[in-house]
Design a protein around this ligand. Structure first.
Ligand code: 13P
Ligand code: SF4
Length: 262
C-alpha cells in the first residue's frame, strides 16, 4: 500500500474525518475530506458524525474543534504547530485590560488559545467577523478586539465604529507590503487584487477586495476576470488554481509563508 491508501484505510477503520486548512501543502489537500477556512472547518467539526477528527492546521484550530465537539477524539498531526498571532494575547494581559474596561465586551478572533477564549464574550473568524460586528455588537458601546489589530481595524471600519484593538498581528500576512502589490499590479495590469483581512490597512487600500480564504475561493469562481493577485499565505494558490483552471493566480508576495501551517 502506498501512503495515501494507508491513510484512507486507517481513516475507515477509525471512522475518522480529515479536515484541512486552505494553507496546507498540496499533498495534504489530496487526502482531505474537507478543505476550508476557519469558519467552514469549525462548522464541519460540529456537524461530523466521525469518531475522530484529524485536524491539519495549527493548534488553536484543533483545540477549537475539541471545544465544539468535546465528545470526539481530535488529533493534530504536529502538536508544536502553533500560531504566533494567537500567542500575542495572554490570559494575564487580557484580564488586566478587562479590569480597566469593565463594561466592554471582548471579541476574540478564533486565532486564540482556549484559555483566552474563556475570557471572551464572542469568538469570530475572518469569515463572519463583519456580520457579528454589524448584528451581535450593534448595541454594544465598548468592544475590545483581540488579538489581530489588522482584522479588528477592518471589521470596525466595515461596521462604521471603533474597537479597542489589541496590538497583535500575523507575522506572515504583515510581510505583504503595498509595494509588493503595486509591483504585481504593474506586471499583471488586468488582474484583480484579493487580500486577507490579516493584511495591513495599507495593503487593504491597494486591493480590490478583502476576503477570508473561503471568500477568496467563492469570489474567484464568480468573477469574469481571468487573472488574480492573491494577498494571503501562498499555500492558498494551490486550491484556487485547481478550482479555476481557466484563470491565473499570482501571489501578492512570495514572502507570505506560514511555517507553522506547513
Ligand atoms: P481563514 O482561513 O479563516 O480566512 O484564516 C486565515 C488564517 O490565517 C488562519 O490562521
Ligand atoms: Fe497564525 Fe498567521 Fe499562520 Fe494563520 S497564517 S496560523 S494567523 S501565523
Amino acid at each position: 500500500m502506498n501512503i495515501v491508501e494507508k491513510i484512507k484505510d486507517l481513516k475507515r477503520k477509525r471512522n475518522a474525518v480529515i479536515l484541512v486548512h486552505n494553507y496546507q501543502l498540496p499533498e495534504v489537500h489530496e487526502v482531505a475530506d474537507y478543505v476550508g477556512d476557519s469558519l467552514g472547518l469549525s462548522i464541519k467539526a460540529a456537524e461530523t458524525e466521525a469518531d475522530v477528527i484529524v485536524f491539519c492546521g495549527v493548534y488553536f484550530m484543533a483545540e477549537t474543534a475539541k471545544i465544539i465537539s468535546p465528545e470526539k477524539i481530535v488529533l493534530i498531526p504536529e502538536k508544536t504547530a502553533g500560531c504566533p498571532m494567537a500567542d500575542m494575547v495572554t490570559v494575564e494581559a487580557l484580564k488586566k485590560k478587562k479590569k480597566e474596561h469593565p463594561n466592554a465586551k471582548v471579541v476574540c478572533y478564533v486565532n486564540t488559545t482556549a484559555e483566552v477564549k474563556a475570557l471572551c464574550d464572542i469568538s469570530c473568524t475572518s469569515g463572519n467577523a463583519e456580520r457579528i460586528a454589524k448584528e451581535a455588537l450593534k448595541d454594544v458601546e465598548e468592544v475590545i478586539f483581540v488579538p489581530d489589530k489588522c482584522l479588528g481595524s477592518y471589521v470596525a471600519e466595515k461596521a462604521g465604529r471603533e474597537f479597542m484593538l489589541w496590538p497583535g498581528f500575523c507575522p506572515s500576512h504583515v510581510k505583504i507590503l503595498p509595494e509588493h502589490v503595486e509591483a504585481q499590479k504593474k506586471k499583471y495590469p488586468n488582474a484583480e487584487v484579493l487580500v486577507h483581512p490579516e493584511c495591513t490597512p495599507q495593503v487593504r487600500d491597494v486591493a480590490d477586495g478583502v476576503f477570508s480564504t473561503d471568500g477568496m475561493c467563492k469570489y474567484s469562481k464568480k468573477t469574469k476576470v481571468k487573472e488574480l493577485i492573491i494577498g494571503t499565505e501562498i499555500g492558498m494558490l494551490y486550491r484556487l488554481q485547481k478550482e479555476n483552471p481557466d484563470k491565473k493566480f499570482y501571489p501578492a508576495s512570495e514572502f507570505a509563508v506560514c511555517p507553522n501551517m506547513k
